[in-house]
Design a protein around this ligand. Structure first.
Ligand SMILES: [Zn+2]
Length: 304
């Protein structure tokens, strides 16, 4: 198993059209590259996530401008985490940057901390983050915002779970849903952020399931269908039930760490990024017991 194993390089030339006017730059299964969306209407083009750092942001911007031509450009982020939103500064002044208010607050509160954490993930990541500055959105909203790009309706919806200010991007007519890291295809969910919550995450998935999308573009991993949403929801339901039972049986946290990890790994053998399993367990434990979160160490030393 290896994490952060490949250069965090967005390959914009690999962009492909998944529906008329809807492009995805695939993540190429690189941990610090998200699936990026470029959605075009007759009047405007919306970019979903800017990537990690200035050079990646420029690659996305270049591709978006190539597609947009004279149309106006908009940018939004599925959440504030560095590989999704820390290329935003290159869009400043060239695109209208839109985010939900909770996400903007999080960027202000936690942006510098995440920059610091990510710089320690290895020399390539540190290099990619060189010169990164936090850029606040031009426009914020609360709850939901509907954008008409010209014959192309897009719904931005504030949810929470992976962070406090997650955002999904939904195209109701095409049935396409961009989930950010609320869904990762066969990768263990990341409950690293202090605001991560399995309870809110399950609620977010219920909301997404109700939208009944035909195509789900996860934050990381291959595109899928509603089955992806269901899988992640089932995962959280399973983990919460398992840990709840152990708490009722009076198992100590250290034993729960070990035993819950064993059953999770057994049940989800095909899922990747095992390093996040201990974080799932500690986060769910803290939620269920109402005790302060005791995060495990993020040991990237062995992962590199
Ligand atoms: Zn994330």
């Amino acid at each position: 198993m290896s994490q952060f194993n490949r250069p965090p390089l967005i390959q914009a030339e690999l962009a492909r059209e998944i529906a008329p006017g809807v492009m995805v730059i695939p993540d190429q299964h690189s941990d610090l590259v998200p699936n990026i969306g470029i959605i075009s209407g007759t009047d405007a083009v919306l970019v979903v996530d800017s990537g990690l750092g200035i050079a990646n942001g420029q690659r996305v911007l270049h591709k978006a401008r190539e597609i947009a031509g004279a149309k106006s450009l908009l940018l939004t982020s599925t959440h504030f985490h560095p590989e999704h939103a820390f290329g935003t500064q290159v869009f400043k002044g060239l695109a209208i940057i839109i985010s939900n208010a909770a996400q903007a607050d999080e960027l202000q509160e936690k942006g510098a901390l995440f920059l610091h954490i990510f710089r320690d993930l290895g020399p390539e990541v540190r290099e990619a983050l060189e010169g990164v500055e936090m850029v606040m959105p031009d426009e914020t909203y609360q709850g939901e915002k509907v954008i008409d790009l010209g014959g192309k309706q897009v719904v931005l919806r504030e949810l929470a779970g992976h962070t406090r200010g997650d955002q999904i991007v939904f195209l109701p007519h095409e049935g396409i849903l961009f989930t950010g890291d609320l869904v990762e295809n066969r990768l263990f969910p990341i409950l690293f952020d202090q605001d991560a919550s399995s309870r809110r995450w399950i609620e977010a998935l219920t909301h997404m399931l109700r939208l009944a999308p035909t195509t789900v573009v996860p934050g990381h991993g291959d595109l899928g269908t509603t089955a992806l949403l269901q899988e992640v929801q089932d995962f959280f339901t399973f983990v919460r039930e398992d840990i709840n039972l152990r708490i009722k049986e009076g198992q100590a946290l250290e034993l729960i760490d070990k035993e819950a990890a064993r059953v999770i790994k057994e049940r989800y053998q095909e899922w990747g990024n095992d390093l996040w399993i201990p974080f799932v367990i500690r986060s769910v434990y803290a939620e269920l017991t109402g005790t302060p979160l005791k995060s495990p160490e993020l040991s990237v030393g062995s992962a590199r």
